[in-house]
Design a protein around this ligand. Structure first.
Ligand code: SF4
Length: 414
């Protein structure tokens, strides 16, 4: 379904590339853009100007980039483009959560989810079309792997969400909508490493989206060698899909465990903390009825983690889908599991359910959004106070004061 407003710059940037060789500048980090500009005989400060037009102002039309020299604008035309992804559909929940389905061509589509809360607005981004890891509880894993997204396709998700919502809410230039990013949508981000890292750099760049490292989270099912690379190349907050307290069960639920068993994974987590922007790892644990949710499982988990890795647990009520053959643990069981972890001294939160009414159509994304006007009013109400305080430049709070950014994320990569 389409949005009701007139097309904005962000909405209308889906034009075909002017020539087959045109470079989509949306997918270049600042160094990449500087190299591109150098190839046109332009200095680095011109690349900075261009980068700010693209990522801070959401502009795709070179003629509108008024402080660029006319000669540069002419050079860019035909050689470059700022091209977003076509929006196949949009769903808006009564609670303000929005899901977009972006068409990435070849019959593939990826989901992006916007989750507004009182003190932040999180965007959950996809890194692959499908996923090769094949976790038993994940609908994306059941679809299989199609292909990696490019850096431009990863960034096009935040580019569209930020600038589309900014215009839709009528926010003045300079006010940001998205305060947190979680790489927790479709795909295993660390199996698309070469596209991921430049995308993270653009999110972190002060001339780009200006997010702090602790507000950008990569979620992994445990690609151990790449965790070490990420620590070196671009340390951001890390979440690990754990889901089981022993190798036997994890081999079944997260098949990657057969390659990188728990002892290696936990070692990599402990090492990652040496350079991480937060002083803990978030362990995601999907609560599966009768599978991994007993008191004994919780006690095994305590014994496994205690003294090894500083962490927080995020317990995720399972979102059932028919092919999985799995059910969500009853609420009392989830709470009992959390209590055992908490009594052992761990922080354990239970993910709140967001976008219930659109989750029902997850993977289908069809139907009408009836209540868009009221949703818009709600966004303004939710976002305005936060945006007023968001102009501060320092990251909000330390790990202890900041609730888990993943607590209410609703992506596929769990
Ligand atoms: S949970 Fe993440 S890693 Fe596992 S199949 Fe789903 S998308 Fe892939």
């Amino acid at each position: 379904m389409s949005t009701p407003e007139a097309p904005s710059t962000a909405d209308s940037a889906h034009a075909r590339l002017p020539t087959p060789d045109a470079v989509n500048l949306i997918g270049l980090d600042l160094d990449g853009l500087a190299s591109f500009c150098a190839g046109l005989g332009e200095k680095r400060f011109r690349a900075v100007q261009l980068f700010r037009w693209i990522h801070q102002k959401g502009e795709h039309d070179f003629d509108s980039m008024t402080d660029l020299a006319r000669s540069l604008r002419e050079k860019l035309k035909g050689r470059a483009v700022v091209q977003a992804l076509p929006v196949a559909s949009e769903q808006a929940s009564r609670d303000g959560t929005i899901k977009w389905l972006f068409d990435v061509g070849g019959g593939d589509a990826v989901e992006t989810v916007f989750i507004p809360e009182d003190d932040r607005a999180t965007l959950c981004i996809s890194s692959q079309a499908g996923c090769a890891v094949g976790c038993r509880f994940c609908s994306t894993g059941h679809q299989g792997f199609s292909r990696n997204l490019s850096t431009g396709e990863i960034l096009a998700q935040i580019w569209y969400a930020e600038h589309h919502l900014r215009r839709r809410l009528g926010l003045p230039a300079g006010q940001r909508v998205i305060s947190n990013v979680v790489m927790m949508g479709m795909g295993e981000p660390l199996q698309n490493y070469s596209a991921l890292v430049p995308a993270l750099r653009v999110m972190l760049d002060d001339h780009g989206y200006g997010l702090s490292r602790r507000r950008v989270t990569v979620s992994t099912s445990g690609v151990v060698p790449m965790m070490g690379r990420l620590q070196q190349d671009c340390p951001v907050a890390l979440a690990v899909s754990l889901h089981a307290p022993n190798d036997g069960l994890r081999d079944d639920l997260v098949p990657l465990n057969r390659k990188y068993p728990l002892v290696e994974l936990l070692g990599a987590c402990a090492s990652y903390l040496d350079a991480a922007p937060r002083d803990f790892i978030t362990f995601e644990y999907c609560m599966l009825d009768g599978v991994n949710d007993s008191d004994d499982h919780a006690k095994q988990l305590v014994a496994l983690i205690r003294g090894r890795v500083a962490c927080k647990f995020n317990l995720i009520p399972f979102n059932p889908f028919p092919q999985s053959g799995l059910k969500c643990s009853p609420r009392e069981r989830v709470e009992a599991f959390a209590r055992i972890l908490q009594e052992a001294g761990f922080v354990a939160t239970i993910r709140k359910t967001r976008g219930d009414d659109i989750d029902a159509a997850c993977g289908q994304l069809a139907g009408e959004v009836q209540d868009r006007t009221r949703v818009k009013e709600r966004w303004v109400r939710i976002l305005s106070p936060r945006l007023a305080t968001q102009r501060e430049t320092t990251p909000a709070g330390h790990a202890g004061a900041q609730p888990n950014v993943l607590q209410e994320s609703s992506g596929e990569h769990q």
